[in-house]
Design a protein around this ligand. Sequence first.
Ligand code: FES
Length: 569
Amino acid sequence: MKKLRSQNWFGKTGKDGFIYRAWMKNQGYPHDEFEGKSVIGICNTWSELTPCNGHLRDLAEFVKRGVWEAGGFPLEFPVMSLGETLMKPTTMLYRNLASMDAEESIRGNPLDGVVLLGGCDKTTPSILMGACSVDLPSIFLSGGPMLNGRHRGKTIGTTDVWKFSEAHRKGELSADEFVAAEANMCRSDGHCAVMGTASTMACMVESLGLTLPQNAAIPASDSRRKVLAHLSGRRIVEMVKEDLKLSKILTREAFENAIMINAAVGGSTNFVVHLLAIAGRIGVPLELEDFDKFSEKIPLLVNLLPSGTFMMEDFYYAGGLPQVIKELSPFLNNNAITVNGHSIEKNASTAECFDRNVIATIEKPFKVESGIAVVKGNLCPHGAIIKPSAATASLMQHKGKAVVFENIEDYKARIDVPDLEVDEQSILVLKNVGPKGYPGMPEVGNMGLPKKLLAKGVTDMVRISDGRMSGTAFGTVILHVSPEAAAGGPFGLVESGDLIELDVPKRTITLHVSEKELENRRQSWKAPELGYDRGYVQMYIQHVEQAHQGVDLDFLKGHSGSEVTRDSH
Ligand code: FES
C-alpha cells in the first residue's frame, strides 16, 4: 500500500509532528491512532438551517462506527450547508461557494479518504464538485428521504405545495387547512420525498457508482439508513487501501449511465446543471445534447411525483434504484465500476421488484416520454431544456404570442392585473432570472398562471425563462435558456406580442421576429444593473458560466489534486 497522505502530517517527527498530533490529542485520541491508520474525513453538511440535513450529525456517528471497525480513524468536519427552503435569494447562488469550502477543507487537511454527507438539493452537488477537484477516494452517503406525508387520510409530498397554493389562491382551501398541511407534510427526518431535486441527486450519486446500493431511497428514519452509513464507513477504509479515487469511478460511461437512469426515474431538470458541473470538475467531456441523446430511448419506469403518484418511501419498498438499474441493463454501460469495487450490473443483479405500480418494466413502461429534451433555435442558440414527463402533451407543439416580464418583480407586479393581455394561447416569458441576471438562477421558471386564467380552468401554459424550476414542479416549462438575457443573448430581445413557436418533437424553439428587427432591438439593449459591487456575489457574476456549461465558476473547472505543496510549520 502506498504511503498514507495523512502521514505527511501525523507521521512526522520533531516539532511539526508534535504540533500536528498534540492539538488533536485534546480530543482524547490515544497516540496509536496517529500511527499509520487511514484518516477518513466525514464531510458533513449538517445544519439546523438545512432541515433536510438536520439528522446528519447523528448519521455521522454510524459512519464512524464503520470506520473504527475497519481500522480507520474518522474525523468529522462541517462545510457550508445550503438549506433550500430558507436561504435567500437562492441556494444556487452559493452552490459553487460551498464547493470551494469542501474542496479546500478536504485538500488542506490530513485526510486519506472522505465520506460525503448531503441531502438537500444543493448540498449533494456542491460537496461532490469540491471532492472531485481533490480526487481522493470518496464515498457518498445521502441523508435519505422523509417518510410520506399524510394529510386528511391522503398521502402528500412536496409537489402538493404548488397544488395547495393554487387551491388557496382560488379560494378552494381555507387558511387553517393550508397551515395544517405544513406539519402533516414534513413529519420525519430527511429530504423531500418526491422525485424532486434532492431525490434526483441521491439517485444521481448512486447511478454514478459513488454510493453503496440502495443509497437513493432508504428513508432517513429507517434503521437501514444507519446500516448503510455503517457500511459506508467500513468501505471507505478499504477504498483508501485500493486507492479507488473518484476519477476511477467517474468515467464518461458513468455519466452516460447517470443520464439514462435519471430519465427512467423522472429526475429533476436541475440534474442537468449539476451533472455538467461535476463532469467539468473531474474532467469528463459532457454536453447539453448528451442529456437528450442518452435519455432518448429510455422510457419513464418510476411512477413518482411529480411525474406520477408515489413517493421515495414507496420506491424503496418496491425495490429501489437497483431494480431500475437492472431493468435498464440493455442500455447501460454495465461494466462501470462503483465504490464497492463491483460493476453497476453486479450490484443490481440481486434486485427484485415488489410493486410494478411503482417500478415498471421496459416492455410496459409507466410513460413513454421521459428524460430531458433539449430545444434550440434563434431564441436560445446554446439550448434550453424541458422535462416532457412533467409537461402537457398538447402543448409540446405550440405557437403563441409572448407576454414578457422583464424580471421576477415585474412578473409579481403584473401577473394578476385584470387587464393583462393574456389568454391560454399566450406564452409567458420571464427574463433576467439566469445565472448572472438574478444572480444565481433561482427556481422561478414554473411561474404561476394568471389568476383570471386559473379562474377559467386553465391548468397549464407554455412558460419560458432563463431560470430553473423546482424539481417538485410541473408544467410545460422551458428552462435554462442559454445564453441568458443578462448575458446579451437574443432571449433578452423578446418583446410582448412576438410570436414564439415551440416544437419539442423537432427540438426547436423559434422566435418569429426578423434578424433585422432583432438587430435594431440589440442596439438599444442594456444589461440590467444589479448593484453588487463587493464580495462573493460580485465575483460570482463576473465568473459564472452559462446554463449549458453547468453554471460553475470558470476558474473552478478542473481539479488541482490532493497535493499540498507548501507547509507553514
Ligand atoms: Fe431540502 Fe427539498 S427542501 S430537499
